[in-house]
Design a protein around this ligand. Structure first.
Ligand code: AMP
Ligand code: GLY
Length: 420
């Protein structure tokens, strides 16, 4: 079994580490990957080759997969999905666990996602879409604050403003519609919702929906959920504030209807459908969908998965029934990020060798120069602790974090605070 994984972050490290443990004894190729992923071989026995093709070189990736007789390709980042890598691979007769660009619009276009949810009555915040500032401003005057303003398109996690005052909302509208901060585009204005958030990831193929355990990520950079929004600086699973009955409800009333809706719209989904959900007083509602594994949720969800992920993906591709098993243990991951992240951050930070740690470390942004491990990005690595309870998992994680700490790295001290 020859597997190609596309991407270079902690998410792809976790996917590769988990797929490597398969009974199918796979050989892994990761494009481009990062040097931290080489530890997978010592941990699992699976050979790992890093391939220097970037995630956006769709044709080069396809040619590599053809020449190397790759049996299964798995895609991490949304940019590759938006390039329609799934269609290109399928047309070449290659098996790929990833949605087409048309199906991935559920992530890449907020307007597509919101219209789909409205049409198929999938619970989400009410909303309107605007292209010009004047009509958006008029709607704001009617609705008042708090209100949520979202740029319609990929904006690297910076396109959402939860405005608590009308002035903040107006500034966001000016920024997005008059000054074209993210380029020319539309905005979606949404009803402000309240409640705990959780991420529900499912392996999907057409109508088939195989939910994984839920996770919660921490988006704000600093303790107490303060500071700027980031790609995610910590995560944990399970999420005790969300009752199982609500998760089951979300699978039946959100995830399955969404999979059916995408079929009805002529773009059936294959791959990981990620529901970013909020448990409101009226039940779970969709905040956003992603068309891929979440980062850093994947780094705690996959360690909790007991079943063979490689086999699960193959079975889902074959429309076979899949009933995943999970460990009872709790998992909690703390991200070590370069000082300054998510703004401009310190580069080339020397890193301690993570190989001796009892905790699982997934490398998010690392490189090797002259035999030394250095940081190579804002989010550098994530240390995942394990325990019978979240409290124990948290203690375990922070013991590992201390061993990886460096004056030029920072991390939150309170990952999991809502749950422990
Ligand atoms: P998104 O990029 O759509 O996930 O939004 C980023 C964050 O903004 C979410 O994780 C929420 O915390 C917050 N947010 C987004 N939409 C809403 C909403 N309608 N009501 C309240 N908060 C929201
Ligand atoms: N952790 C949020 C995301 O992957 O989009």
């Amino acid at each position: 079994m020859r597997i190609l994984i596309i991407g270079r972050g902690g998410r792809e490290h976790a996917i590769a580490w988990k797929m490597a443990q398969s009974a199918l004894k796979p050989e892994l190729f990761i494009a481009p990957g990062n040097v931290g992923m080489n530890t997978i071989t010592a941990q699992t026995g699976a050979p790992v080759t890093l391939v220097s093709i970037s995630e956006n070189e769709t044709e080069a990736l396809r040619d590599f997969a053809l020449t190397e007789h790759i049996d299964l390709t798995v895609v991490g980042p949304e940019a590759a999905l938006a390039n329609d890598i799934a269609t290109v691979f399928t047309a070449a007769g290659l098996r790929i666990f990833a949605p087409t660009a048309a199906a991935a619009r559920i992530e890449t276009s907020k307007e597509f996602a919101k219209d789909l949810m409205r049409k198929y009555q999938i619970p989400t915040a009410s909303y309107r879409t605007f292209e010009d500032y004047d009509s958006a401003k008029r709607y704001l005057d009617e609705q008042g604050a708090p209100i949520v303003i979202k740029y319609d398109g990929l904006a690297a996690g910076k396109g959402v403003v939860v405005a608590m005052t009308a002035e903040e909302a107006d500034n966001a509208l000016k920024d997005m519609l008059l000054d074209n901060r993210f380029g020319e585009g539309k905005v979606v204005m949404e009803e402000f919702l309240q409640g705990p958030e959780f991420s529900l990831l499912a392996l999907v193929n057409g109508e088939q929906v195989v939910p994984l355990v839920i996770a919660q990520d921490h988006k704000r950079a600093y303790d107490g959920d303060k500071g700027p929004n980031t790609g995610g600086v910590g995560a944990y699973s399970p999420v005790p504030v969300i009752p199982q009955a609500q998760i089951d409800w979300a699978v039946e009333h959100i995830m399955k209807p969404t999979a059916k809706a995408l079929i009805a719209e002529g773009c059936p989904f294959c791959g990981v459908l990620y529901g970013g959900l909020m448990l409101t007083k009226d039940g779970p509602k969709v905040i956003e969908f992603n068309a891929r594994f979440g980062d850093p949720e994947t780094e705690v969800v996959l360690p909790k998965l007991k079943s063979d992920l490689t086999q699960m993906m193959l079975d889902v591709l074959d429309h076979k029934e899949v009933n995943p098993e999970f460990y009872e243990d709790a998992f909690l991951g703390v991200v070590l990020a370069a000082k300054g992240y998510p703004g401009s951050y310190t580069k080339n930070i020397p890193l301690n060798d993570p190989t001796g740690l009892s905790q699982q470390v997934f490398c998010m942004g690392v490189k090797e120069e002259e035999g030394k491990l250095l940081s190579n990005g804002g989010r550098v690595l994530i240390v995942v602790g394990r325990g019978k309870t979240l409290k124990e998992a948290q203690q375990d994680a922070y013991q590992g974090v201390e061993k990886m700490a460096h004056p030029d790295l920072f991390y939150r001290q309170d990952i999991g605070w809502q749950a422990v």
